[in-house]
Design a protein around this ligand. Structure first.
Ligand SMILES: C[S@@+](CC[C@H](N)C(=O)[O-])C[C@H]1O[C@@H](n2cnc3c(N)ncnc32)[C@H](O)[C@@H]1O
Ligand code: SF4
Ligand code: SF4
Length: 375
């Protein structure tokens, strides 16, 4: 990409971000979110302890038939690009189970969007990596929940998963050099607290440039089957948690890994302690979700769909009374501390811009500009 092209993309990302932050400051909402999380499917090949999505398959006869077809997803998402959308995160279920994943990525890239795929990494063959890269994927995030097979496989519910996910990520990182970025998503939960400080090194060894910590939550709609909770940190785990988070932050910094913001990591400890946390959650403002059935949610936790893109236009849903009432609810909401909704407010707000312009610039590049845009 030419120097002019790169500068234009950065200017667009910065101006869309500043515009969205200003809308919020004025008590309004932007014409489109900056980032949409798209659950491409509810199908999954794992049996994770922390997520019930794999169990929902047992409640539905044919999950694939109820997914939103690729052409409809593309129609909706590419239509949002001129209104301000910058990035799309494709997740699931397991997104690599969607045979049309490369076509979806290709279509989104055609509209100039930054595209991320979040995967459990177990289905990454050389051919699959090649097809994702050829489609133009910007970023691949692989979930790895511990630095060793015993920890990861126990959380993921299937032996052999650590070996497949780490081999898949390493292969993708090598094939993607100079074309796409890779990262590791790690669940923060009771069984891996003492081991979290080893994650920056593992991420680096696998060629990743990012490490994102996701604190375990019970409030997702896909936690409905959890019976006995062995994953939630208890009060007596908080000291170990605080030490682990400090070490992760230090080591990630030394290794040059992009990771969660300091305010967010501090908040994880406070969240598990049950201390009140007041930040402007971005659900329904700069971020929103489309689930595997086409329903639009400001966030998953409030769990009331605002509409369905299979039968409605996105703009109709975005401006609906349903979503307006959600936005009122999310203002001052402290029901969760999920990175995908909370961090944009911490990193891309006017107050963040005021406090540290360099940090905001860096985060805008990480979130919205691909490897190729920055080279
Ligand atoms: C829902 S999964 C979908 C993508 C893919 N199947 C995977 O495992 O990466 C996306 C991310 O959400 C995380 N996740 C799932 N349930 C969670 C929970 N209860 N609390 C926190 N993170 C959770 C997963 O660990 C994963 O990193
Ligand atoms: S976390 Fe991912 S791999 Fe695990 S059950 Fe949920 S969707 Fe499947
Ligand atoms: S803080 Fe409230 S509105 Fe925001 S993501 Fe969590 S549950 Fe949803």
């Amino acid at each position: 990409m030419s120097r002019l092209g790169r500068s234009l993309r950065l200017a667009r990302a910065l101006s869309n971000t500043a515009r969205a932050a200003t809308y919020d400051w004025l008590g309004k909402f932007p014409p489109a979110p900056l980032m949409v999380y798209v659950e491409l499917t509810r199908r999954c090949n794992m049996k994770c302890q922390h997520c019930d999505i794999w169990m929902t398959a047992q409640q539905h006869e044919n999950l694939a038939a109820s997914e939103v077809p690729g052409h409809r997803l593309l129609e909706v998402l590419t239509g949002l690009a001129p209104k301000g959308l910058l990035a799309v995160d494709l997740f699931g279920g397991e997104p690599l189970l969607r045979a049309d994943l490369p076509e979806i990525i290709h279509g989104l890239k055609g509209a100039g969007l930054h595209v991320t795929v979040t995967t459990n990494g177990t289905l990454l063959t050389k051919e699959r990596c090649d097809s994702l890269l050829t489609a133009g994927l910007d970023q691949l995030l692989v979930s790895i929940d511990g630095p060793d097979a015993a920890t990861h496989d126990a959380i993921r519910g299937k032996p052999g998963t650590f070996a497949k996910a780490t081999a898949g990520l390493q292969m993708f990182s090598e094939m993607a050099a100079g074309r796409a970025r890779t990262g590791v998503n790690t669940l923060v939960c009771r069984p891996n607290l003492e081991l979290l400080s080893q994650m920056p090194e593992l991420a680096r060894t696998l060629g990743a440039s990012q490490l994102r910590l996701l604190p375990y939550h019970q409030c997702y709609p896909f936690n409905q089957f959890v019976q006995e909770d062995k994953l939630m940190p208890r009060n007596h785990d908080i000291a170990a948690l605080a030490t682990a988070l400090r070490l992760v932050m230090e080591r990630a910094g030394q290794m040059g890994l992009h990771t969660n913001s300091r305010t967010y990591l501090d908040g994880i400890e406070r969240w598990y302690r049950g201390d009140p946390l007041t930040v402007r959650c971005q659900a329904g403002l700069t971020v929103c979700d489309i689930n595997g059935f086409g329903e639009v949610y400001p966030c998953y936790t409030l769990a009331r769909p605002a509409g369905n893109i299979k039968t409605q236009e996105f703009s109709e849903i975005w401006q609906s009374a349903n979503l307006t009432s959600h936005r009122k609810e999310s203002k001052g909401c402290d029901k969760c501390w999920q990175s995908c909704y909370i961090e944009p407010g911490l990193r891309l707000s006017l107050s963040a811009l005021w406090a540290d312009r360099q940090a905001v610039l860096h985060d805008v590049m990480e979130y919205f500009l691909g490897h190729k845009d920055r080279a």
